[in-house]
Ligand binder design. Structure first.
Ligand code: R5P
Length: 309
């Protein structure tokens, strides 16, 4: 492999360490500290001159804090004359703000503008909320999918009569991908959003009676979407044998309370963000480090990322 540096911000140090171990390298020698007024200070203790630098930082909650830290990291690397700066965002915060609804910002685009302005040369994402995020950048963006890892982890645990369920129309493509990988049919729920944390299922397209269900989504944030979907499936006659899968397990606020019910047998998430619970019996955390380590390895050996996920 060519000489390169892998640095990490503070958003998910365990993932950074696992990726470094997978690559058989040590993480870059850096320090991130906060001044008393809350400002972030990043310092590189090793030279990155003329080397590609990978910076791992999911912009997970607290999103603004982690984002500004990433910007500071990129700025430090650019000023230290890195040959190329590759930002790895296993979770892209503000991804859900991808279109305008009246007088609103398109925050996903705003983040792209900031990352480009400070000097990111290349982006590596894992299951961004929508593919159009790539279009907010005028530089190469590679999106990896965790579906392969999640499907392999779940495959042996799914009852024969399982259907894959998309919790809304926006997830049909993702659900179809899971269904193809698992050889299962797809059902679609239609939901309307009542508020930032409240949704309501209006229709179910397909028959879930006496079927076990696997609900898939890109993220579980407050758990509202999944909880509402579980309830709708049970009311429509689904078996009390439901599994949930999502790439990003943010699991904020009351998510654990909302999803801790007997009918929800297992919840599969990856560790793209630092998952807050290790003591939740139903929670299965699937490591995403092998996928990201392979992407880095191919990147530095000029290999293709096409068939990675
Ligand atoms: C929405 O479009 C997303 O794909 C997720 O369904 C949603 O963001 C999950 O958020 P929550 O867990 O708060 O319902």
């Amino acid at each position: 492999m060519n000489d390169f540096v892998l640095c990490a911000g503070t958003a998910n140090p365990a993932l950074a360490e696992a990726i470094a171990q997978g690559l058989g390298i040590a993480l870059g020698d850096v320090q991130v500290e906060r001044f008393p007024d809350g400002e972030v200070h990043v310092q590189l203790f090793q030279s990155v001159r003329h080397k590609p630098v990978f910076i791992l930082q999911p912009t997970a909650p607290p999103v603004d804090t982690h984002l500004v830290e990433l910007l500071a990291f990129v700025d430090a690397c650019r000023r230290a004359d890195a040959a190329e700066i590759i930002a790895i965002l296993p979770y892209y915060g503000y991804g859900r703000s991808d279109r305008r609804n009246g007088r609103e910002p398109i925050a996903a685009s705003m983040v792209a503008t900031c990352l480009q302005a400070v000097g990111v040369d290349h982006l590596l994402l894992v299951d961004p909320h929508t593919p159009q995020i790539e279009g907010f950048f005028d530089l190469p963006v590679d999106s990896l999918s965790a579906a392969g890892l999640l499907c392999e982890a779940m495959r042996a645990h799914l009852p024969e009569n399982t259907v894959v369920v998309a919790p809304d129309a926006g997830r049909v493509k993702m659900a179809t991908d899971y269904a193809r990988r698992l050889g299962l049919p797809v059902i679609v729920l239609h939901k309307e959003r009542v508020s930032g944390s409240e949704t309501h299922v209006t229709h179910i397209v397909g028959d879930v009676r006496d079927r076990s269900c696997l609900l898939v989504d890109d993220m579980i944030s407050t758990g509202g979407t999944m909880a509402e979907s579980v309830q709708a499936l049970l009311e429509a006659g689904a078996r009390p044998d439901i599994r949930l899968a999502a790439t990003h397990g943010l699991l904020l606020g009351e998510a654990r309370k909302k999803l801790s019910r007997n009918e929800v047998r297992e919840i599969y998430v990856t560790d793209t963000v630092a998952v807050p619970y290790r003591d939740w019996p139903a929670l299965r955390i699937v490591p995403v480090a092998p996928l990201i380590a392979s992407a880095i390895e191919r990147f530095v050996t000029d290999g293709s990322l096409h068939d990675l996920s």
